[in-house]
Design a binder for this molecule. Structure first.
Ligand code: ADP
Ligand code: ADP
Ligand code: ZN
Length: 215
């Protein structure tokens, strides 16, 4: 199963990708996670990416395309993958098409999660991530059993630097300008399913799985 999850910041892409990864035994490819790892390790790419990420702007296409091109060639992508947060521009979508053609693969489904803007802001400001294992939480909607502590590994929960209100507003705008047009692109390719992302996590999960069962 080769899937793209589209949707604005906070729509639930990472949350649903984690679920799909278990359901289908395929890797989640999150360009955001990979970029944050590079920032953390202070690699040359991470140092360059950090200023864009802090501002809530997109990291240049060539950087992100390079990462994904390499990642898709790994052995664990043989049976499929879930792209979470990529592509985000038309150029990235074109590059993805080319990379997949080179390895003779085709996308099965593009799922776009629709969530109202004010709900997105609430999801992003309450988002917390485990610094140990990367598991996602939400202060209100997916709270840990013990405040500030990961329920899986006991790690410390942290807030992303870019999950502050000013940066969030810019990320929304960037999404509408640069990424939302990809819906039309994938609709024309016959791959798009729009899913209501306003329900709770398990309701959205059921809707996604039932869509994928049709493929
Ligand atoms: P994205 O990867 O699209 O930015 P996330 O999966 O990180 O979004 O979700 C953003 C935040 O909202 C997280 O804190 C997550 O726990 C929470 N969340 C995800 N899906 C839902 C949902 N259906 N209802 C309520 N909160 C959700
Ligand atoms: P979100 O939870 O907002 O969907 P991500 O974790 O996917 O956020 O991305 C965080 C940041 O990383 C983005 O604001 C952007 O700066 C950078 N980034 C992630 N994916 C891409 C991409 N495909 N193209 C350009 N920049 C990206
Ligand atoms: Zn953890």
């Amino acid at each position: 199963m080769k899937i793209i999850l589209l949707g604005p910041p906070g729509a639930g892409k990472g949350t649903q990708a984690t679920m799909l990864m278990k359901e289908y035994s395929i890797p989640q490819i999150s360009t955001g996670d990979m970029l944050r790892a590079a920032v953390h390790d202070q690699t040359p790419m991470g140092v360059k990416a950090k200023e864009y990420m802090d501002a809530g702007d997109l990291v240049p296409d060539d950087v992100v395309i390079g990462i994904v091109r390499e990642r898709l060639q790994a052995d664990d992508c043989k049976n499929g993958f879930i792209l979470d947060g990529f592509p985000r521009t038309q150029l990235q979508a074109d590059a993805l098409k080319q990379v997949l053609a080179e390895v003779d693969k085709q996308l099965d489904s593009v799922i776009s999660l629709q969530v109202e803007t004010e709900a997105l802001v609430g999801r992003l400001t309450g988002r917390r991530t485990c610094s140990g294992c990367g598991k996602g939480f939400h202060l209100q909607y997916e709270p840990p059993a013990l405040d500030g502590t990961c329920s899986s590994c006991g790690g410390v929960l942290v807030q992303r630097d870019d999950d502050c209100e000013a940066t969030i507003r810019n990320r929304m705008q960037v999404y509408h300008q640069q990424t939302a047009p990809l819906e039309d692109y994938y609709r024309r390719e016959g791959l798009l399913t729009v899913i209501d992302g306003m329900g709770d996590i398990s309701a959205v999960q059921r809707a996604i799985v039932s869509t994928l069962q049709g493929h």
